[in-house]
Design a protein around this ligand. Structure first.
Ligand SMILES: *Cc1c(COP(=O)(O)O)cnc(C)c1O
Length: 461
C-alpha cells in the first residue's frame, strides 16, 4: 500500500478538489482546512482515525490470579488426564445443561470422534454447510464419508434448511449444521427435517460457546454437539475440544474411542482390555486447568458480545450497502465469534471489498473478508482419489467434476468472494463508545467513497 502523508494528501486533494482551483493555497486556508477536514476525512486519505486506541487482547491470562492454579498442576507432576479434566468436563456440561461432556485434544477431533461413534462412516453422506472452517469437512472425510453441501441463506450466513432437504439421498445419514460465526443455525427446521428423514444431527458449535436458540444452548439441541477451545475461540485453551450429549451409550463409546478402545462407563468392569478400535485424543491436566480458569469469565463475556453485537447491528444497519447478519427469530443469544455483515460495493461507488477493508483498517478497525470457498479446495478430490474411497464407492459417485457441479453453492461463494466482512469477537468486548467508533468508521468510508475511489484510480493509495 502506498502511504500518503497528510501534507501530500492535502496537496493532491486541493489540487483535485472540484471547484477549488487553488494550487498555491495560502497557508491560513490550509490550516483551517486541516482542522475541519481531519475529522471527517477518511484515515486512508490522511484524516484522523475513527478509533485511535487498541482493542481488547485475546486470549486473556489474568496474572497473577491464574498463575497459582496452573503452577499447582505443573508441580503435581500429574499432567495426563485426571481429576482436573473430570472437573472441566463436569463444569462445561453443567453450564450447557448437557448430561455428559467428554474433552478431547481439539475441536477437529471432537467432530471426528462424534461422527465415528454416531455410526457415520464409509458409504454415508453427511450434509453440511460450505460456509465453515475446513475442519468440519475434514472430519467427515476422516471417517470415510462423503460431504454434501447445502448452500447457505446469505442473509443469515447459516446453512439453509430448504437446501438441506433438497440434498437428502438414500445415503444420507447425518446433518452437520455449524453455528458459524457464533450465530445459531435454524435448529427447529433442521431438527424437523432430521426427524422426518431419520437422520442424526451433530452440531458443530466450535464457534458458538453459550450461544442459544429457544433458550437452549447450541450443541445441546441435536444428538451431540462439538466444541473447540483453540486459541482464537471464545473459550480459549490453545488447543482443546469437547463433545456433549445426553446419550450415555454414545458418550461411553466416545470415551473409549478417545482412549485406545478401553471400556468406560457401562462397559467398564465387564470387559477386560481394549474392546473397540480407538485412537488416543485425550485432554491433558494443564489444558483442563486453563479451561477451568477461562470458563470463569465465559458467561460475562458471552453476554457482553451479544449485547454489543446487537448494539452495533442497530448502529450500522442504516448505512446503505451494509447489511448485518439476520438472526433466526428463535435466537436467544448469538455470541459473535465473528461479527459479520455484508458489503455491497454498488453503494460505495464501486469500491472493491479489498479497498473497503483497507479503508476500515486505516480507521483503526481491523477486519477481514472471511472464508474463501471451501468445497473447491483440493482435499475433497484427494479423498476421492484415495485407496479407501476408490475401493468402497461406485465410480459414478467419485466423479469429481460432477460432484463439484452438484455441490455448487453460489450463495456461499458470494459471501466468500464479494460480500462478507468480519470483525473479531474480542472487539465486541469493548464498550459502546468503541461500537460507535466502528459505526462512525464505516459511515466515514461510505460518505467519502467517491474520494477514496478517485485516489485509488490515481494510484495515490
Ligand atoms: C475451530 C473450528 C473447528 C476445529 O476446531 P480446532 O480446535 O481448531 O480443531 C471446527 N469447526 C469450526 C466451525 C471451527 O471454527
Amino acid at each position: 500500500m502506498k502511504k500518503t502523508t497528510r501534507r501530500e494528501f492535502f496537496k493532491t486533494t486541493f489540487r483535485a478538489g472540484a471547484g477549488i482551483a487553488v494550487a498555491s493555497v495560502a497557508s491560513p486556508v490550509v490550516s483551517w482546512g486541516k482542522e475541519t477536514e481531519s475529522a471527517t476525512l477518511p484515515a486512508i486519505l490522511g484524516g484522523s482515525r475513527s478509533h485511535a486506541g487498541g482493542w481488547p487482547a485475546w486470549p486473556v491470562w489474568k496474572s497473577p490470579e491464574f498463575d497459582g492454579k496452573l503452577l499447582e498442576v505443573m508441580r503435581s507432576g500429574v499432567w495426563s488426564r485426571a481429576h482436573n479434566t473430570d472437573a472441566f468436563e463436569a463444569r462445561w456440561a453443567e453450564m450447557l445443561g448437557a448430561k455428559r461432556c467428554l474433552s478431547v485434544v481439539n475441536g477437529t477431533n471432537s467432530l471426528i470422534t462424534a461422527l465415528a461413534q454416531a455410526g457415520i462412516g464409509v458409504g454415508d453422506e453427511v450434509i453440511t454447510t460450505p460456509y465453515t472452517f475446513v475442519a468440519t469437512v475434514q472430519a467427515i472425510l476422516m471417517n470415510g464419508a462423503i460431504p454434501v453441501f447445502a448452500d447457505v441463506d446469505r442473509e443469515t450466513f447459516q446453512i439453509d434448511p430448504v437446501q438441506i432437504e433438497r440434498k437428502i439421498t438414500k445415503r444420507t445419514k447425518a446433518i452437520l449444521p455449524v453455528h458459524i460465526l457464533g450465530i445459531p443455525a435454524d435448529m427447529d427446521r433442521i431438527m424437523d427435517i432430521a426427524r422426518r428423514h431419520g437422520l442424526i444431527v451433530i452440531e458443530d458449535a466450535c464457534q458458538a460457546h453459550l450461544a442459544s436458540y429457544g433458550g437452549k444452548p447450541v450443541g445441546t439441541i441435536g444428538f451431540a454437539g462439538c466444541f473447540s477451545f483453540q486459541n482464537s475461540k471464545n473459550l480459549p485453551i490453545g488447543e482443546g475440544g469437547a463433545i456433549v450429549s445426553d446419550d450415555d451409550d454414545f458418550m461411553d463409546r466416545c470415551f473409549s474411542y478417545h482412549n485406545l478402545g478401553f471400556p468406560y462407563g457401562s462397559r467398564a468392569g465387564s470387559l477386560s482390555g481394549a474392546f473397540m478400535v480407538g485412537g488416543k485424543v485425550r485432554f491433558s491436566e494443564y489444558q483442563a486447568a486453563i479451561g477451568l480458569l477461562e470458563l470463569q469469565d465465559l458467561e460475562r463475556a458471552s453476554a457482553l458480545r451479544w449485547e454489543n453485537g446487537q448494539y452495533l447491528t442497530s448502529k450500522i444497519a442504516g448505512i446503505p450497502g451494509i447489511t448485518p447478519a439476520r438472526l433466526y427469530p428463535k435466537t436467544t443469544r448469538a455470541v459473535y465469534h465473528l461479527f459479520p455483515f455484508r458489503y455491497d460495493k454498488e453503494q460505495f461507488c464501486g469500491m472493491p471489498r479489498a479497498l473497503f477493508l483497507r479503508a476500515l483498517e486505516a480507521e483503526g478497525v481491523p477486519c477481514s473478508s472471511g472464508y474463501t470457498p471451501l468445497q473447491t479446495q483440493p482435499f475433497i478430490r484427494a479423498a476421492f482419489e484415495s485407496k479407501l474411497y476408490r475401493k468402497v464407492y461406485p465410480k459414478s459417485l467419485l466423479k469429481y467434476d460432477a460432484y463439484l457441479l452438484k455441490n455448487s453453492c453460489p450463495e456461499s461463494d458470494a459471501l466468500c468472494d464479494e460480500e462478507a466482512v468480519w470483525l473479531t469477537q474480542n472487539m465486541l468486548l469493548a464498550g459502546h463508545r468503541e461500537m460507535d467508533e466502528i459505526a462512525a468508521a464505516i459511515e466515514k468510508v461510505y460518505s467519502n467513497a467517491g474520494r477514496i475511489m478517485d485516489a485509488s484510480k490515481k494510484g495515490e493509495i
